[in-house]
Every structure is written in C-alpha cells, then in structure tokens.
Design a protein around this ligand. Structure first.
Ligand code: GAP
Length: 495
C-alpha cells in the first residue's frame, strides 16, 4: 500500500492538490484543488450525478443554499448534539478529541531511563516503564483538562450586526437542505414514493482533529441522497425501508468498483447498536483501506422519519405524503447514502497509484478509470523544432478537445513526456512524427497517421488522423484496448 506522503507529494508536484494559503504558511486542514485536481473532482461529481440522478427515474436533484435558517439546526439536533468531547493540554494548550487520544502515538519522558524522550506507538504503554499515557500526547508534559463538549458547527452572522438574533451556521451537512425542501420538491415534481433527492455541495465542520490530507478537513464536499420510502409498504417480503437500505448499500458499493476501486480495498461495516444515533434504525459504512487503515468512505443510514417529523414540529408545516392506496397521510422513512467527494477522490487517487519497473527504471502510473482520469488524451509532437509537426499536433489537440479533455505538451523528449502523462493517469497519448507530416525538403508526403499509446500496456498503434475521433469514442466509451489495437498496425514501443 502506498504511503500517504507519496500521494501528498505527487498531488502537489503534479498540480492535483495544494495546501490552502500556502504562501502564508497554510490554513489548518484546508486544501485547494489545482488544474488536475479540479478535473478529477469534477469527473467524480459528474459520474455520481449522472448515475444517481440522470440514469434513474426515481431521483431528482437539488442545490440548496449553504446558509439556512438557524432553526434548521435546532430542529435537526445539530445545535444540541453535533459535538465532540474535547480536552486541552494545560502546558502546550493543544486541543484533542478525548475519544481519539489513544489513536495517536504519544511523546513520553520515561522515568525508568532518566527521563529520556520516546515516541510510543498509539494505544501502547512505554516498554521501559510499562506506564500508559496520561499526559498530553504531543508535548508529553502537560496535564489534560476534563472533557468538554465542543460544537463542530462554524458560526456566522447574517447581516451587519453581530448579535444572537442574526446568528446562523455554515451547514455541516447538505442533507438538511433536502429535508426542508421535501414538500417543495414533492409538489413541484409530483413524485410518487419511493423517490430520492440528490445534492452535491460544500459542508463545513470545525473538526478538532482534522488530518490525513484531504480525508478529514474543515471544508469539504458531500454527495448526498435522501431516498424517501413508504414505511407501510413492503417489497420482496421486507419492509420497504429495509429493502431499499439493502439496495442502496449494494448500489453504492458497486459504484466505487465500477470506477476502478479494487474490491479487496473496500468493505462494509455494520454499525453496532450502541454506535447508532437514537433515531437511526440501521447504519453501515462503506470503508476503504486508506494508508492509515480501514476508514469510512461513505455512510448509508436508515434515518426513519426522524428528520421530516422534527422539521414539521419546529416549522409547524406538514411534511407528509398522501398515500392514495390507503387514503391516509404518512411521514416517509428515509435512506441516506452520504458520500464525500474529497474522500472519494483520495480513495481513487490511492487506488490508482502503481509503481513498476520498466527497462530498469521506475515508472509511476495512475491507473485511473478513463472516465475518472483528469486528462483523457495528450497530444505530443515528436520534434518540437519542426513547425509543421507542432502545427499538426495543435490541430489534432484542438479537434479532440471538442470531445474530451485533451492537452498538448512539448516540454521534454518523448520518453519523458510519456512518463509525465503516466504519472497523472492520462489513458492515451497521440504522437505526431515526421511520417505523419512528411518532409517537404525531401519531397516526401506524410501518411496523415499518428501513434496512439495506451497508458497501461504501453502498446502503440498507428491510426489515420481522420479516424481518431471514432477510435477514441470507442476507447473512452469502454471498449478494451485489445479490441481496437488488433485493427491497426502495431508500432514498436518507444517507452
Ligand atoms: N448527512 C449524514 C452525514 O453527513 P457523515 O458520516 O457525517 O454523515 C458523510 O458524513 C460523508 O461525508 C462521510 O462518509 C465522508 O465521506 C464525508 N465527510 C464527513 N466529514 C468529513 C470531513 N471532515 N472531511 C472530509 N469528508 C468528510
């Protein structure tokens, strides 16, 4: 498994992800997506939206505002319960989540070795004095305060006066925007149960212990579905909410595999009864094997009718569905598949990362699924000093760019250019050479053919320029390389 440092370094070097406000020393756990990162994230969000909204007949989309009425957060329980227990070091003043303290290595001045300083592995006692951690894990000296509850919502004020009446919050999840719009969507779209509302958007949490790169940050994007079902219905002999919960777990698990995550790096974790929120009937996490261990990628909860009932109670508005068959109003149950766009991106990046040896040299390649890859095609001139080759390469790039994200690069020799595209996961390179354009000085005409190189096999084929769009439509549309490559003459591998 690749180390997180390797991913962080590649992400910065190749323009995927930068530390926010880096020139000022950086902002705690906020990250900026660079030219390739923004394409990668857009692809993930686009595929999620296309597959969950456009391809389905039982889903619609929504884009609610980040700032909402402060009562939303009272009704949802976030004002009172969206808290983490927190302790402070009396010495270095650092702040920690009380429940996560023993999940990090700790600094220890060991009395059994005349006060020598050791870093002891997480959760273990010191092997010299056998003492367990009681002091601050970072400075090793300070006593810790008693745990206090710390609300994770960012506060802000609406309007010019910073007073309690103007207080509101940056949303800590996109879900509540969906619940408060339930009736609007129901009336406007005339949907019948079961149906779902999907939303992608920013969420903010003042996490006490953010970290592991973009895994846990204070500003992140969620991709959430609230799927409303009639609790009085049953499907395949099961209550409808239980049936749809199972269906969504399967759908979402397979979605990650469909776009390239390896099955052995994914697992389902059932929440224990004592882990469940009081209103949740059942919850599972889809976990990914990140470099720091198995961790949540997406949560899929059966939230029952809790949210709609709470908002009905606090707003005084009815949030029900009229069940034609039973001639009665019902409060739907909701199944909530809630994914993080940033966390998914991290998983796709880690899973795609491969190192291999090619002719005695290390090749780093991101084996992204073509639909996930930030750049689909790179067009490379073999000789950048030949104006006719450069002009033809640009012409091809411009034509391909009308269909797919395509780039031109002539900043190094061809072998180096291929390696650079491998390292950012570009599935195909097109090379324009002397044979393509011919040589006027020698009265040679070009064959108007180019070389296409496949990232994964590094195989190359010679294809007429006029057929490029058709060939890439098939390759990027899912046809395997071997199916296409057998139709065209193979070229000797250049690297
Ligand atoms: N509406 C339910 C909800 O928000 P959650 O488990 O707190 O549930 C859902 O969050 C998903 O959002 C997580 O599985 C994760 O992918 C992402 N997420 C949550 N907190 C995050 C953070 N601080 N940084 C990055 N992603 C986060």
């Amino acid at each position: 498994m690749v180390e997180m440092e390797t991913i962080v370094s590649l992400a910065k070097r190749r323009g995927f992800i930068f530390q926010s406000s880096e020139i000022y020393g950086g902002t705690g756990s906020c990250w900026d997506y660079g030219p390739l990162g923004v394409e990668l994230k857009r692809n993930i969000k686009h595929l999620w939206w296309r597959d969950t909204v456009h391809f389905r007949h039982d889903m619609v989309g929504l884009d609610a505002s980040i700032l909402m009425h402060s009562m939303v957060w009272k009704a949802s329980g976030h004002v009172d319960h969206f808290t983490d227990p927190m302790v402070d070091c009396r010495e270095c003043k650092r702040r920690f989540r009380a429940d996560k303290l023993d999940e990090q290595p700790w600094l220890h001045y060991c009395p059994a070795t005349k006060g020598n300083k050791f870093v002891v592995p997480a959760g273990e006692p010191c092997k010299h004095c056998n003492v367990k951690r009681t002091l601050c894990p970072e400075c090793g000296k300070g006593e810790l305060t008693e745990p206090r509850q710390f609300n994770l919502m960012f506060k802000t004020f609406m309007g010019p006066v910073e007073e309690d009446a103007a207080l509101t919050y940056l949303r800590p999840e996109t879900a509540q925007g969906i619940f408060v719009n339930f009736d609007n969507v129901l009336q406007a779209m005339r949907k019948k149960l079961p149906f779902g509302i999907a939303q992608i958007g920013k969420a903010f949490r003042n996490e006490i212990t953010p970290g592991n790169f973009i895994f846990r940050t204070r500003e992140f994007e969620q991709m959430e579905i609230e799927y409303f079902v009639n609790p009085n219905d049953s499907v395949d002999g099961k209550p409808a909410d239980e049936y749809w919960h199972d269906r969504w777990i399967e759908e979402r698990f397979n979605w990650y595999i469909q776009y390239g995550l390896r099955k052995e790096n994914l697992r389902i974790r059932e929440h224990e009864k004592d882990e469940l929120a009081h209103y949740a009937k059942r919850c599972v996490d889809i976990e990914y094997k990140f470099p720091m261990g198995w961790s949540e990628l997406e949560g899929i909860a059966n939230r029952t009718d809790f949210d709609l009932k709470q908002h009905a109670k606090f707003s005084g508005k009815s949030l029900t569905y009229f069940d034609e068959e039973r001639k009665s109003h019902v409060v739907p149950f909701v199944i909530e598949p809630s994914a993080g766009a940033d966390r998914s991106l991290l998983a796709f990046l880690i899973d795609a990362y491969h190192e291999e040896e090619v002719r005695g040299e290390k090749r780093v390649v991101l084996r992204f699924h073509p639909e996930i890859a930030p750049v689909k095609i790179a067009v490379l001139p073999l000789l950048k000093k030949r104006d006719d080759i450069v002009a033809k390469a640009w012409e091809i790039r411009d034509e391909l760019a009308r269909h797919w994200v395509s780039v031109y690069d002539d900043t190094a020799a061809i072998g180096r250019l291929y390696r650079r595209q491998d390292e950012v996961g570009t599935p195909y390179c097109v090379t324009v050479d002397v044979q393509t354009v011919g040589d006027l000085a020698k009265a040679e005409v070009g064959d108007q053919k180019v070389t296409i190189r496949d990232r994964d096999s590094m195989d190359q084929i010679r294809v007429p320029i006029s057929e490029l769009v058709t060939v890439f439509s098939r390759l990027l549309g899912g046809s395997p390389w071997t199916q296409l490559s057998s139709k065209y003459p193979a070229q000797a591998k250049t690297s």
